[in-house]
Design a protein around this ligand. Sequence first.
Ligand code: PGA
Length: 257
Amino acid sequence: MRKIIIAGNWKMNTTLTEAQTLASELKGLISSEGSTEVILCPPFISLHAVNEIIKDSGIKLGAQTMANKESGAYTGEISAAMLAATGCSHVILGHSERREYYGETNALINQKIKLAFAHNLTPIVCVGETLEQREQNVTFAIIEQQLRESLHDLSAELAAHSIVIAYEPVWAIGTGKVATPEQAQEVHAFIRKILTSLYGASFSENTSVQYGGSVKPDNIAELISKPDIDGALVGGASLQANSFATLIATAKPVAAN
Ligand code: PGA
């Protein structure tokens, strides 16, 4: 049975004090009893403080990116070891904003995934097509290439570690244009097919594939009701405690599909 995972990607929002307030409010609102896994991904500078607040609550901590090097003279970078020592269990890798604004390639993301595993971090690997690519009918080709190259040569690591995939159509991120549940399901089913061809049916069936892009409290239930959608990576709607808590509470299938 795959887990439903809801992750809040705070991006470059919240000062230290704001992050502490948001984490405290969420801790008070989110029930730890549900089977849904909740991950908060604040900016690096707030990871430690947020961890202090959530560490005994069942809510997990994730980072938004990390370096592709183990340690050393890489000014400004943050390593997998640092994240693990700060309480992170997860790290988002290959978010489309990292790909678009910081030139991250599938090969670089593959290096980062290996380093994340080496430090017992679970990577949340993002894939997704741009509007132009969707209009050119190359969505599946792009997703397949992103998956094959980013997840290249991980057999040894995957025997001991798990991974989360996030399908985020770039045209739906921060735009209010959510993919229809049918559009999302179509790509999620395709992702599962590629995961099967890469590492076998059991790996594919046990790997959670999140949807991301303008997920809100009022569209999560329908998305989650689709058979291959196992949660969400949430940007804007994760910055308000009440609305994020409602979104999490609503993240249950409305009907079997
Ligand atoms: P959004 O961002 O929910 O604000 O569209 C999602 C993401 O980029 O992970």
